[in-house]
Design a protein. Structure first.
Length: 150
């Protein structure tokens, strides 16, 4: 399959043809990252008050053949990365899987020494300690804790 495109450079039309069958494209979809370390990271997230309970309640109410609550490691630490979060943390996603997409409820970062968990706030684009997350909405509602007063 070829796709044509044209561009004008200094008044002359040029046409290029690309054979899309020869393009070298690499990606993986749905590859499960499972090993002893990722199982530890998942177990730590499961210990967060309310996570297992909420997943179980969601599954009792909504689960069927194609929809269920899920928890998975989305990314392992990358020792070559410059960013400390990419270098030292497992990215654990908790959400609902509907076969066609995953709706993320929460994203947690588990340190590779398994001594710390951070919460990643997607709206703010920043991390916070788990204790801080627990006192902010929506976690406070999720965990049944009164929010911090300003």
């Amino acid at each position: 399959m070829s796709q044509g495109c044209s561009a004008t450079s200094q008044g002359q039309a040029k046409t290029s043809t690309v054979d899309v069958h020869k393009l070298d494209i690499h990606f993986s979809v749905g590859r499960v990252i499972e090993n002893e370390e990722t199982r530890k990271a998942l177990a730590m997230v499961n210990e967060i008050n309310g996570v297992g309970f909420t997943m179980n309640r969601y599954n009792e109410r909504f689960a069927n053949d194609s929809v269920h609550a899920t928890k998975f490691v989305d990314r392992e630490p990358d020792p070559k990365a410059d960013d400390r979060l990419l270098k030292n943390y497992y990215n654990v996603v908790v959400g609902a899987d509907s076969m066609t997409m995953v709706h993320t409820w929460f994203t947690f970062l588990v340190k590779n020494d398994f001594k710390e968990i951070l919460y990643y706030d997607m709206k703010k684009g920043k991390t916070m300690p788990l204790d801080d997350w627990k006192t902010n909405w929506p976690a406070s509602e999720f965990l049944g804790i009164a929010p911090k007063k300003p």
